[in-house]
Structures are given as structure tokens and as C-alpha cells.
Design a protein around this ligand. Structure first.
Ligand SMILES: Cc1cc2nc3c(=O)[nH]c(=O)nc-3n(C[C@H](O)[C@H](O)[C@H](O)COP(=O)(O)OP(=O)(O)OC[C@H]3O[C@@H](n4cnc5c(N)ncnc54)[C@H](O)[C@@H]3O)c2cc1C
Length: 317
């Protein structure tokens, strides 16, 4: 079932989770162990992230270095299929522009369609680890909107080989990313919002936000979106804080602010266990306020902390 139909049918805010494919070598049981405690909350859907390959330099026996391509977390599509099969839940694979040519993207979409997956979250992806700026593959998509248009084309039965006749149409529900604190490359919020509107006008069914720790940023973002005519559901993305190093890591990696009150409380903590208590209480307060405000879905980034998130969700529903 499509995410947008889950939202339309809901009478109260839904719950959803984002997971990462296991690290290569880990096996799928590690993922099931992560998910088992979360499934009792009957998530409407599960997002599965996509991780592009990285170029790394490995030392050879003779002391020189060779460039090799490594993919640390392969398997997004098959993880989605396995989760659907095991838990009978809808999945949303993330699809990125980075590392993909348009033919590979089409093949990936055809595979997802055969697997019975109704949803995709279309993203540009970040620059590869060895690049300063995002570079598309030769002939690949430079922005999420270009990937989105490939999905809407396929939904209309338009494949890359134009001579194909009587084609089958896919029916993907399409999500896109939005940034309550602005995407870090955007010169200003107005320009970022205009590009978001272009994605919605081109066919995005809903928006999922980057994590934020101050709900007022989400509410202002939603207001700003509505002011420029973005009417689709805007799903808040929520992440728990559970370690001291996140205080500097999250702003650095995700280009977001931590509210002063939260950073003061974390700074008082002596251990990560102390931080987890503060982070859990903060997440609960954030979740309660958003739930009471009637957001469409509470979408949790679960990486490494299914129990913490389960404890928070238990308090809500
Ligand atoms: C909910 C969520 C899930 C994510 N999941 C993943 C994942 O699984 N894998 C992964 O690798 N990354 C993931 N990311 C990270 C994401 O790929 C990066 O934030 C990336 O830098 C931007 O992706 P986007 O889809 O927002 O890009 P875009 O919408 O293409 O925007 C990128 C930048 O370009 C600007 N822009 C947009 N369109 C145009 C245009 N036509 N012309 C000029 N400028 C334009 C925007 O303002 C923005 O600054 C996720 C992010 C979010 C919020």
C-alpha cells in the first residue's frame, strides 16, 4: 500500500521507522533483531536507506596502494522484500542519484515494481567520500527532481527505450526530502523551498524532513511550505540523542542545530548512559507535541537504538 494512502486512511498520527541495511558481513538476522522490538508498534511503513559505494585506497603486499570500490551496506531492495515478507509491512526503499546511471535506475525501479513495492523516497545523495561536491554519474541525474521525473515517467509507462509499445505502468508513491533548517548547500531558505516546491509540483506525494530537535523549526517550515503552495503531507523525521559525541557530530554531519537547553543538559552528563536518559526524555517531549499537533506520521531514525525509540513510542500510543 502507498504511504499516501496510509496517511489518507489514518485517524491519528501514524508511526514509521527508518532502518539501515546491515553492514556487509553481518547477515540479515542482525537486522531482524533490531526490528523485532519495533514491530509491536505496528508501523505503517519502514524506510530502508541506500548507501552508495565508496572508493578507498588499500595497501597491497608490495607496499603500494590500490584504489578499490567498497559498498559497506548493500542490499536496500532485497532488505525491503525480506521485511515485507517477514513482517507483512510496507517498505520504502531510498533511491539516490549518486552512483547511478539512468539505465541502472530504470532497472532498479523495474525490480522494485516486480517485488510489489509501492513506494520510493527519491534523493540526490551526498558527495562521494573522495569528492568535495556532488558529481552525478556520466549521464546520471544531478538533482533529486530529475530522478523523480524518471519515476513519474515510469508511472506513466514511459521507459527509456522509447520504441517499447504497450508498456506496463508502475504506480510508485514518491516521497522527497525537506530541510526545516535548510539544506547545507542552499544559499538561503527561500531558494531551498522553491526547489522543494518544484519536486512537489513534479509529482512528489509527500515530504519527509531531515531530523530536527526543536519542534518550532518544523512548525515554521510547514508554515513556509504552505505559504508557497506546498500542500502535500510533511512528515517529521526524529532521531534520539544517546551519546556525548553526537553533540558535535550531528551538527557537523547533518547541518542542524541542537537547542541550547538540550546541549546544556547533555554537557552536564558524565556518561553516554546519562545522555541516553536526557535524549530519551527530549524525544518523548518532541514526539508528544508533534502527536498532539496532528502531524501525519512520526518517522523515527532508529539506527542503533530500537529499545529507546520503542520506549518513547509506547508512551504515545
Ligand atoms: C529523510 C532523508 C532521508 C535520506 N536518506 C538518504 C539515503 O538513504 N542515502 C543517502 O545517500 N542520502 C540520504 N539522505 C541525504 C540526502 O541524500 C542529502 O541530504 C543530499 O545532500 C540532498 O538530497 P536531496 O534529495 O534533498 O537533494 P535535492 O533535492 O536535489 O537538493 C540538493 C541541493 O540542490 C538544491 N537544488 C535542488 N534542485 C535544484 C535544481 N534543479 N537546480 C539547482 N539547485 C537545486 C537544493 O536546494 C539543495 O541545496 C537523506 C536525507 C533525508 C532528509
Amino acid at each position: 500500500m502507498k504511504v499516501i494512502d496510509h496517511i489518507k486512511q489514518a485517524t491519528k498520527p501514524l508511526i514509521s521507522f527508518e532502518i539501515l541495511p546491515p553492514l556487509k558481513g553481518k547477515g540479515i538476522q542482525s537486522l531482524y533483531n533490531h526490528m523485532d522490538p519495533l514491530m509491536e508498534f505496528k508501523p505503517a511503513f519502514i524506510n530502508v536507506t541506500y548507501h552508495r559505494s565508496e572508493h578507498v585506497f588499500k595497501k597491497t603486499a608490495n607496499g603500494t596502494f590500490e584504489k578499490v570500490i567498497v559498498r559497506k551496506r548493500p542490499g536496500t531492495e532485497s532488505i525491503c522484500a525480506s521485511i515485507m515478507n517477514k513482517y507483512n509491512v510496507d517498505t520504502v526503499p531510498h533511491l539516490i542519484c549518486g552512483g547511478f546511471g539512468i539505465n541502472e535506475t530504470e532497472d532498479a525501479l523495474i525490480n522494485l515494481n516486480y517485488l510489489g513495492i509501492d513506494n520510493v523516497l527519491v534523493l540526490r545523495g551526498d558527495a562521494a567520500k573522495n569528492e568535495t561536491n556532488f558529481e552525478p554519474e556520466p549521464g546520471g541525474h544531478p538533482y533529486a527532481i530529475d530522478l523523480l521525473k524518471q519515476v513519474t515517467n515510469l508511472n506513466a509507462g514511459i521507459y527509456l527505450e522509447e520504441e517499447l509499445k504497450n508498456t506496463s505502468k508502475t504506480k510508485f508513491c514518491i516521497g522527497v526530502a525537506g530541510y526545516p533548517e535548510k539544506h547545507f548547500e542552499a544559499p538561503n531558505m527561500e531558494s531551498d523551498l522553491q526547489y522543494l516546491k518544484q519536486k512537489v509540483d513534479a509529482g512528489a506525494d509527500y515530504v519527509v524532513t531531515q531530523m530536527f530537535f526543536d519542534n518550532s523549526k518544523y512548525f515554521s517550515f510547514v508554515d513556509a511550505c504552505r505559504d508557497i503552495g506546498i500542500t502535500v503531507p510533511i512528515i517529521p523525521g526524529l532521531k534520539p540523542i544517546y551519546s556525548i559525541k553526537q553533540l558535535t557530530l550531528l551538527p557537523k554531519v547533518f547541518h542542524i542545530d541542537l537547542p541550547t537547553a538540550l546541549s546544556i543538559e547533555i554537557a552536564k552528563c558524565k556518561t553516554d548512559e546519562d545522555v541516553e536518559i536526557v535524549g530519551s526524555e527530549w524525544l518523548l517531549q518532541q514526539s508528544r507535541e508533534l502527536y498532539n499537533a496532528g502531524v501525519p506520521v512520526l518517522h523515527y531514525y532508529t539506527l542503533g537504538r530500537p529499545k529507546l525509540i520503542g520506549d518513547v513510542v509506547k508512551e504515545l500510543v
